[in-house]
Design a protein around this ligand. Structure first.
Ligand code: BTN
Length: 266
């Protein structure tokens, strides 16, 4: 799709759709990073429900300051959210987004799993990721930028050699091009459902749906955090989305954030 078509079709979609949380689309052909643009916009007072969409990113960002390779054909969006919840609930939002993405991919006839907290995978390869950046001041949540990247119609040969073996795309798995705008609409609809659950404080429901799609529990994992490395069996996820791990010495650890590696895939 050329740039003008992309922008026209995306703006057309924004006029047609009626999705609870979506207030407006801001559309670009290329950005350094949709999350960075959303941060700029929110500083200028942009409202909750603004969805920043770009056809390509030049400096897409992933978790732990990693690069998010963003070739043409992928879906890159960032949503500005200002949920009226206490800041300690925000850790659940990446799980909410992962549920929405995984469900949308499944509706394309491709079953996916979630690796804690929010890596979406197909056949053990990453197909989508979520980056949540929040601004909390004096225990008051100002805003959250929820970035979602989906490897939609990407030829996997476009990924760098370091990444090629560990990622996949819908195009690669389904052997057919997925309608970008239909997928985008379904993703936003699905996110709307789970976000409403989140705002209604149906946290148990979110966790139990997440557990059904996740393949992390009952696994032997290695969690790498900024200060530590924890090895053990992942046995549960609590109400905040924290991972509970029982180490070999029987200690129970509650992990808020970290890189989760599966032992049988190391
Ligand atoms: C990860 O799994 O490491 C998170 C990847 C998040 C990528 C998305 S693409 C849209 C938004 N803008 C960014 O720079 N990153 C997120």
């Amino acid at each position: 799709m050329n740039n003008d078509d992309f922008i026209d079709k995306t703006l057309e979609l924004s006029k047609r759709i009626n999705i609870g949380f979506v207030k407006k689309f801001v559309v670009f052909d290329t950005l350094p990073s949709a999350n960075s643009k959303a941060k700029e916009l929110v500083k200028d007072g942009e409202v909750e429900g603004t969805v920043v969409i770009t056809q390509m990113q030049k400096s897409g960002r992933g978790r732990f300051n990693r690069r998010w390779e963003s070739p043409d054909g992928g879906l890159y969006l960032s949503i500005i959210l200002k949920p009226d919840v206490s800041p300690d609930k925000i850790t659940l939002l990446p799980l909410v987004a992962a549920l929405a993405v995984s469900t949308t991919i499944s509706n394309q006839g491709l079953s996916s799993t979630i690796k804690w907290p929010n890596d979406i995978r197909v056949h053990k390869k990453k197909i989508a990721g979520i980056l949540l950046e929040s601004d909390v001041n004096e225990n008051q949540l100002r805003h959250v930028i929820l970035g979602i990247g989906v490897n939609l119609n990407i030829d996997v040969n476009l990924f760098s050699s370091e990444l090629k073996d560990s990622v996949t795309s819908l195009l690669h798995e389904l052997h057919t091009v997925v309608d970008y705008h239909k997928f985008l609409e379904n993703l936003l609809l699905s996110f709307d459902t789970y976000y409403a659950m989140f705002l209604n404080e149906e946290f148990d429901c979110i966790i139990s749906e997440w557990k059904m799609l996740s393949d992390t529990l009952d696994r032997r994992v290695k969690i790498v955090t900024s200060s530590d490395e924890i090895i053990g069996k992942a046995y549960d996820v609590d109400k905040s989305g924290f991972l509970l791990v029982r180490t070999d010495s029987g200690e129970q650890k509650k992990i808020m954030s970290g890189d989760c590696l599966y032992f049988n895939e190391l």
